[in-house]
Design a protein around this ligand. Sequence first.
Ligand code: PEP
Ligand code: MN
Length: 358
Amino acid sequence: MEMKFKSILDKPKSHIIIAGPCAAESEEQVLTAARGLAELGTVDLFRAGIWKPRTRPNSFEGVGAIGLPWLKKVKEETGLKTTTEVAKRDHVFEALKYGVDVLWLGARTTVNPFSVQEVADALQGVDIPVMIKNPINTDLALWIGAIERIYKAGITKIAAIHRGFSIHGDSKYRNVPRWQIPIELKSMFPDLQIICDNSHICGRRDTLLEVAQNAMDLDFNGIMTETHPDPDNAWSDAKQQITPAQFGDLYHSLQFRNPTTDDAAFKDSIEHLRHEIDEIDEELLNLLGRRMNLAEEIGKYKKLNNIAILQSSRWTEILDKSIKKGTAVGLSADFVGTVLKSIHEESINHQEKIMREG
Ligand code: PEP
Ligand code: MN
Protein backbone atom coordinates (compact mmCIF):
# COMPACT_ATOMS: atom_id res chain seq x y z
CA MET A 1 0.00 0.00 0.00
CA GLU A 2 1.39 3.39 -1.01
CA MET A 3 1.65 5.79 1.93
CA LYS A 4 2.88 9.37 2.21
CA PHE A 5 3.74 10.48 5.72
CA LYS A 6 3.98 13.91 7.34
CA SER A 7 6.07 14.90 10.33
CA ILE A 8 4.46 14.30 13.71
CA LEU A 9 5.71 17.74 14.82
CA ASP A 10 4.16 20.93 13.42
CA LYS A 11 7.56 22.55 13.21
CA PRO A 12 9.68 19.74 11.77
CA LYS A 13 13.17 19.61 13.27
CA SER A 14 16.00 17.22 12.70
CA HIS A 15 15.39 15.12 15.81
CA ILE A 16 12.26 14.55 17.89
CA ILE A 17 12.94 14.37 21.62
CA ILE A 18 10.37 12.61 23.80
CA ALA A 19 10.73 12.14 27.55
CA GLY A 20 8.56 11.63 30.59
CA PRO A 21 7.64 8.94 33.09
CA CYS A 22 6.70 5.40 32.18
CA ALA A 23 3.40 6.07 33.93
CA ALA A 24 1.55 9.01 35.39
CA GLU A 25 1.35 8.28 39.13
CA SER A 26 0.16 11.52 40.74
CA GLU A 27 -0.36 15.11 39.72
CA GLU A 28 2.74 16.11 41.61
CA GLN A 29 4.94 13.40 40.06
CA VAL A 30 3.74 14.33 36.56
CA LEU A 31 4.25 18.05 37.05
CA THR A 32 7.65 17.67 38.72
CA ALA A 33 8.85 15.50 35.82
CA ALA A 34 7.47 17.95 33.27
CA ARG A 35 9.00 21.01 34.95
CA GLY A 36 12.41 19.32 35.08
CA LEU A 37 12.19 18.42 31.41
CA ALA A 38 10.82 21.77 30.26
CA GLU A 39 13.79 23.46 31.93
CA LEU A 40 16.16 21.56 29.63
CA GLY A 41 14.63 23.33 26.64
CA THR A 42 15.29 20.37 24.36
CA VAL A 43 12.19 18.23 24.83
CA ASP A 44 9.45 18.25 22.18
CA LEU A 45 6.94 15.87 23.70
CA PHE A 46 6.12 14.88 27.26
CA ARG A 47 5.17 11.20 27.57
CA ALA A 48 3.27 9.53 30.40
CA GLY A 49 1.33 6.27 30.35
CA ILE A 50 -2.22 6.70 31.63
CA TRP A 51 -3.35 3.15 30.85
CA LYS A 52 -0.56 0.60 31.29
CA PRO A 53 -0.60 -2.83 29.65
CA ARG A 54 1.13 -4.99 32.26
CA THR A 55 2.44 -8.52 31.86
CA ARG A 56 0.79 -9.78 35.07
CA PRO A 57 -2.50 -8.71 36.73
CA ASN A 58 -2.20 -7.02 40.11
CA SER A 59 0.62 -4.84 38.82
CA PHE A 60 -0.01 -1.12 38.63
CA GLU A 61 -2.19 -0.72 35.53
CA GLY A 62 -2.07 3.05 35.28
CA VAL A 63 -4.15 5.70 37.04
CA GLY A 64 -6.64 5.83 34.17
CA ALA A 65 -8.62 8.86 32.99
CA ILE A 66 -8.10 10.80 36.26
CA GLY A 67 -4.53 11.40 35.08
CA LEU A 68 -5.59 13.17 31.89
CA PRO A 69 -6.21 16.57 33.56
CA TRP A 70 -2.61 16.35 34.87
CA LEU A 71 -1.34 16.14 31.29
CA LYS A 72 -3.51 19.11 30.39
CA LYS A 73 -1.89 21.01 33.25
CA VAL A 74 1.57 20.04 31.96
CA LYS A 75 0.75 21.67 28.66
CA GLU A 76 -0.76 24.79 30.22
CA GLU A 77 2.06 25.27 32.68
CA THR A 78 5.17 24.22 30.73
CA GLY A 79 4.07 24.48 27.10
CA LEU A 80 5.24 20.92 26.48
CA LYS A 81 3.06 18.90 24.14
CA THR A 82 1.85 15.61 25.58
CA THR A 83 1.58 12.03 24.40
CA THR A 84 0.09 8.86 25.88
CA GLU A 85 -0.60 5.25 24.93
CA VAL A 86 -4.03 4.21 23.68
CA ALA A 87 -5.18 0.65 23.17
CA LYS A 88 -8.97 0.92 23.07
CA ARG A 89 -11.73 3.08 21.61
CA ASP A 90 -12.45 4.70 24.99
CA HIS A 91 -8.79 5.56 25.53
CA VAL A 92 -8.85 7.49 22.25
CA PHE A 93 -12.02 9.40 23.11
CA GLU A 94 -10.83 10.27 26.62
CA ALA A 95 -7.37 11.35 25.44
CA LEU A 96 -8.88 13.56 22.72
CA LYS A 97 -11.31 15.09 25.21
CA TYR A 98 -8.38 16.27 27.35
CA GLY A 99 -6.35 17.58 24.43
CA VAL A 100 -3.52 15.04 24.39
CA ASP A 101 -1.42 16.13 21.38
CA VAL A 102 0.00 12.86 20.11
CA LEU A 103 -1.11 9.26 20.67
CA TRP A 104 0.92 6.08 20.58
CA LEU A 105 0.17 2.42 20.12
CA GLY A 106 2.12 0.13 22.44
CA ALA A 107 4.01 -2.98 21.44
CA ARG A 108 1.32 -5.23 22.88
CA THR A 109 -1.33 -3.45 20.84
CA THR A 110 0.55 -3.52 17.53
CA VAL A 111 0.59 -7.34 17.73
CA ASN A 112 -3.20 -7.48 17.71
CA PRO A 113 -4.96 -6.38 14.50
CA PHE A 114 -8.35 -6.31 16.30
CA SER A 115 -7.06 -3.76 18.80
CA VAL A 116 -5.25 -1.73 16.16
CA GLN A 117 -8.43 -1.64 14.07
CA GLU A 118 -10.50 -0.56 17.09
CA VAL A 119 -8.12 2.37 17.67
CA ALA A 120 -8.08 3.17 13.94
CA ASP A 121 -11.90 3.24 13.83
CA ALA A 122 -12.00 5.62 16.81
CA LEU A 123 -9.52 7.89 15.01
CA GLN A 124 -11.50 8.10 11.77
CA GLY A 125 -11.74 11.75 10.75
CA VAL A 126 -9.46 13.02 13.55
CA ASP A 127 -6.30 14.93 12.71
CA ILE A 128 -3.83 13.84 15.36
CA PRO A 129 -0.29 12.43 15.07
CA VAL A 130 0.08 8.77 16.01
CA MET A 131 3.26 6.87 16.86
CA ILE A 132 3.27 3.13 16.39
CA LYS A 133 5.61 0.91 18.36
CA ASN A 134 6.97 -2.27 16.84
CA PRO A 135 5.20 -5.49 17.85
CA ILE A 136 6.98 -7.46 20.58
CA ASN A 137 7.93 -10.19 18.08
CA THR A 138 10.21 -9.65 15.09
CA ASP A 139 7.40 -9.40 12.55
CA LEU A 140 7.93 -6.46 10.22
CA ALA A 141 4.69 -7.20 8.31
CA LEU A 142 2.70 -6.85 11.53
CA TRP A 143 4.32 -3.47 12.22
CA ILE A 144 3.56 -2.30 8.67
CA GLY A 145 0.01 -3.67 8.98
CA ALA A 146 -0.63 -1.53 12.07
CA ILE A 147 0.77 1.54 10.29
CA GLU A 148 -1.52 0.82 7.31
CA ARG A 149 -4.61 0.46 9.50
CA ILE A 150 -3.96 3.85 11.17
CA TYR A 151 -3.12 5.45 7.80
CA LYS A 152 -6.36 4.14 6.29
CA ALA A 153 -8.26 5.94 9.06
CA GLY A 154 -6.99 9.18 7.50
CA ILE A 155 -3.97 9.76 9.76
CA THR A 156 -0.86 10.86 7.85
CA LYS A 157 1.24 12.24 10.72
CA ILE A 158 2.66 8.88 11.69
CA ALA A 159 5.96 7.89 13.26
CA ALA A 160 7.28 4.44 14.13
CA ILE A 161 8.86 3.73 17.51
CA HIS A 162 11.52 1.08 17.77
CA ARG A 163 11.41 -0.44 21.28
CA GLY A 164 13.21 -3.71 20.65
CA PHE A 165 11.93 -7.27 20.50
CA SER A 166 11.15 -9.85 23.17
CA ILE A 167 13.76 -12.49 23.74
CA HIS A 168 13.97 -15.77 25.64
CA GLY A 169 16.90 -16.25 27.95
CA ASP A 170 19.58 -13.89 29.13
CA SER A 171 20.55 -10.87 27.14
CA LYS A 172 22.20 -7.56 27.75
CA TYR A 173 18.90 -6.03 26.62
CA ARG A 174 15.38 -6.19 28.01
CA ASN A 175 14.21 -6.17 24.39
CA VAL A 176 16.86 -6.87 21.73
CA PRO A 177 17.16 -4.10 19.14
CA ARG A 178 17.58 -6.16 15.92
CA TRP A 179 18.34 -2.90 14.13
CA GLN A 180 17.93 -4.40 10.66
CA ILE A 181 14.14 -4.50 11.13
CA PRO A 182 13.59 -0.74 11.66
CA ILE A 183 16.22 -0.11 8.98
CA GLU A 184 14.22 -2.22 6.53
CA LEU A 185 11.06 -0.31 7.50
CA LYS A 186 12.86 2.99 6.85
CA SER A 187 14.11 1.83 3.48
CA MET A 188 10.55 0.88 2.48
CA PHE A 189 9.09 4.18 3.74
CA PRO A 190 11.85 6.83 3.63
CA ASP A 191 9.56 9.65 4.84
CA LEU A 192 8.39 7.71 7.92
CA GLN A 193 10.02 9.13 11.06
CA ILE A 194 11.54 6.46 13.27
CA ILE A 195 12.11 7.08 16.96
CA CYS A 196 14.20 4.92 19.26
CA ASP A 197 12.70 4.05 22.64
CA ASN A 198 15.99 3.29 24.32
CA SER A 199 14.32 2.73 27.71
CA HIS A 200 12.39 -0.38 26.71
CA ILE A 201 15.30 -1.72 24.64
CA CYS A 202 17.74 -1.39 27.56
CA GLY A 203 15.60 -2.09 30.61
CA ARG A 204 18.43 -0.51 32.64
CA ARG A 205 20.07 2.88 32.98
CA ASP A 206 23.71 2.27 32.18
CA THR A 207 23.20 1.39 28.51
CA LEU A 208 20.66 4.11 27.61
CA LEU A 209 23.24 6.42 26.04
CA GLU A 210 24.95 3.69 24.04
CA VAL A 211 21.64 2.55 22.49
CA ALA A 212 20.45 6.11 21.80
CA GLN A 213 23.80 6.84 20.11
CA ASN A 214 23.47 3.71 18.03
CA ALA A 215 20.08 4.95 16.85
CA MET A 216 21.52 8.37 15.96
CA ASP A 217 24.36 6.70 14.03
CA LEU A 218 21.70 4.79 12.08
CA ASP A 219 19.93 8.04 11.19
CA PHE A 220 16.90 7.60 13.45
CA ASN A 221 14.70 10.68 13.80
CA GLY A 222 14.49 10.88 17.55
CA ILE A 223 14.46 9.25 20.96
CA MET A 224 11.87 8.42 23.59
CA THR A 225 13.33 8.01 27.08
CA GLU A 226 11.50 7.30 30.34
CA THR A 227 12.20 10.05 32.85
CA HIS A 228 10.94 10.15 36.43
CA PRO A 229 11.60 12.60 39.30
CA ASP A 230 12.37 9.65 41.63
CA PRO A 231 13.27 6.71 39.36
CA ASP A 232 14.06 4.18 42.09
CA ASN A 233 10.57 4.55 43.50
CA ALA A 234 8.70 4.56 40.19
CA TRP A 235 5.57 2.40 40.20
CA SER A 236 6.59 0.74 36.92
CA ASP A 237 9.87 0.22 35.05
CA ALA A 238 11.91 1.66 37.95
CA LYS A 239 15.19 0.10 36.77
CA GLN A 240 15.24 1.87 33.42
CA GLN A 241 14.04 5.36 34.34
CA ILE A 242 16.34 8.35 34.85
CA THR A 243 15.81 11.82 36.32
CA PRO A 244 15.17 14.84 34.09
CA ALA A 245 18.67 16.12 34.94
CA GLN A 246 20.21 12.78 33.89
CA PHE A 247 18.19 12.97 30.71
CA GLY A 248 19.71 16.40 30.10
CA ASP A 249 23.19 14.85 30.43
CA LEU A 250 22.25 12.00 28.09
CA TYR A 251 20.94 14.47 25.51
CA HIS A 252 24.11 16.56 25.65
CA SER A 253 26.35 13.50 25.34
CA LEU A 254 24.55 12.37 22.18
CA GLN A 255 26.21 13.06 18.85
CA PHE A 256 23.46 13.98 16.44
CA ARG A 257 24.47 13.04 12.90
CA ASN A 258 23.44 14.61 9.62
CA PRO A 259 21.92 12.26 7.06
CA THR A 260 23.89 13.89 4.23
CA THR A 261 26.16 16.82 3.56
CA ASP A 262 26.99 19.22 0.74
CA ASP A 263 30.69 19.13 1.56
CA ALA A 264 32.28 18.19 -1.80
CA ALA A 265 35.48 16.68 -0.36
CA PHE A 266 33.49 14.48 2.00
CA LYS A 267 31.19 13.37 -0.81
CA ASP A 268 34.20 12.63 -3.02
CA SER A 269 35.90 10.36 -0.52
CA ILE A 270 32.65 8.58 0.35
CA GLU A 271 31.99 8.06 -3.40
CA HIS A 272 35.45 6.65 -3.81
CA LEU A 273 35.08 4.23 -0.89
CA ARG A 274 31.63 3.15 -2.06
CA HIS A 275 33.01 2.45 -5.49
CA GLU A 276 35.68 0.26 -3.98
CA ILE A 277 33.08 -1.58 -1.90
CA ASP A 278 30.95 -2.19 -5.01
CA GLU A 279 33.98 -3.67 -6.75
CA ILE A 280 34.74 -5.94 -3.81
CA ASP A 281 31.10 -7.10 -3.71
CA GLU A 282 31.27 -7.94 -7.39
CA GLU A 283 34.49 -9.84 -6.86
CA LEU A 284 32.97 -11.73 -3.91
CA LEU A 285 29.99 -12.77 -6.03
CA ASN A 286 32.21 -13.92 -8.90
CA LEU A 287 34.30 -15.94 -6.48
CA LEU A 288 31.20 -17.49 -4.95
CA GLY A 289 29.96 -18.41 -8.42
CA ARG A 290 33.30 -20.09 -9.13
CA ARG A 291 33.19 -21.88 -5.78
CA MET A 292 29.76 -23.32 -6.64
CA ASN A 293 31.04 -24.53 -10.03
CA LEU A 294 33.81 -26.40 -8.22
CA ALA A 295 31.26 -27.85 -5.80
CA GLU A 296 29.28 -29.13 -8.79
CA GLU A 297 32.44 -30.73 -10.23
CA ILE A 298 32.99 -32.49 -6.93
CA GLY A 299 29.32 -33.51 -6.97
CA LYS A 300 29.87 -35.21 -10.32
CA TYR A 301 32.80 -37.22 -8.96
CA LYS A 302 30.88 -38.17 -5.85
CA LYS A 303 28.01 -39.36 -8.00
CA LEU A 304 30.30 -41.38 -10.25
CA ASN A 305 31.84 -43.06 -7.22
CA ASN A 306 28.57 -43.33 -5.30
CA ILE A 307 29.77 -41.26 -2.34
CA ALA A 308 27.54 -39.27 0.05
CA ILE A 309 27.46 -35.51 -0.48
CA LEU A 310 28.11 -34.53 3.11
CA GLN A 311 31.41 -35.39 4.72
CA SER A 312 31.15 -33.83 8.12
CA SER A 313 34.86 -34.12 8.94
CA ARG A 314 35.70 -32.07 5.86
CA TRP A 315 33.13 -29.45 6.86
CA THR A 316 34.49 -29.13 10.43
CA GLU A 317 37.98 -28.80 9.01
CA ILE A 318 36.92 -25.97 6.66
CA LEU A 319 35.09 -24.19 9.46
CA ASP A 320 37.99 -24.38 11.94
CA LYS A 321 40.52 -23.25 9.39
CA SER A 322 38.37 -20.36 8.22
CA ILE A 323 37.56 -19.11 11.70
CA LYS A 324 41.28 -18.96 12.43
CA LYS A 325 42.01 -17.09 9.21
CA GLY A 326 38.95 -14.87 9.53
CA THR A 327 39.64 -13.77 13.09
CA ALA A 328 43.26 -13.03 12.08
CA VAL A 329 41.96 -10.40 9.62
CA GLY A 330 39.58 -8.84 12.13
CA LEU A 331 36.33 -10.73 11.44
CA SER A 332 34.32 -12.12 14.34
CA ALA A 333 34.14 -15.91 14.68
CA ASP A 334 30.34 -15.60 14.64
CA PHE A 335 30.37 -13.81 11.32
CA VAL A 336 32.78 -16.27 9.71
CA GLY A 337 30.63 -19.14 10.96
CA THR A 338 27.41 -17.63 9.60
CA VAL A 339 28.89 -16.83 6.19
CA LEU A 340 30.50 -20.24 5.81
CA LYS A 341 27.39 -22.11 6.89
CA SER A 342 25.44 -20.24 4.27
CA ILE A 343 28.05 -20.93 1.57
CA HIS A 344 28.18 -24.57 2.59
CA GLU A 345 24.40 -24.87 2.35
CA GLU A 346 24.48 -23.40 -1.15
CA SER A 347 27.26 -25.84 -2.13
CA ILE A 348 25.21 -28.78 -0.90
CA ASN A 349 22.22 -27.53 -2.89
CA HIS A 350 24.38 -27.40 -6.03
CA GLN A 351 25.72 -30.89 -5.39
CA GLU A 352 22.22 -32.22 -4.76
CA LYS A 353 21.13 -30.79 -8.07
CA ILE A 354 23.93 -32.74 -9.77
CA MET A 355 22.92 -35.94 -7.90
CA ARG A 356 19.29 -35.55 -9.05
CA GLU A 357 20.17 -34.88 -12.66
CA GLY A 358 20.03 -38.01 -14.76
C1 PEP B 1 5.68 2.22 27.54
O1 PEP B 1 6.09 2.98 26.66
O2 PEP B 1 5.62 2.53 28.73
C2 PEP B 1 5.31 0.84 27.16
C3 PEP B 1 4.38 0.15 27.79
O3 PEP B 1 6.06 0.39 26.17
P1 PEP B 1 5.93 -0.88 25.17
O4 PEP B 1 4.58 -0.80 24.55
O5 PEP B 1 7.05 -0.62 24.24
O6 PEP B 1 6.16 -2.10 26.01
MN1 MN C 1 7.60 1.68 30.58
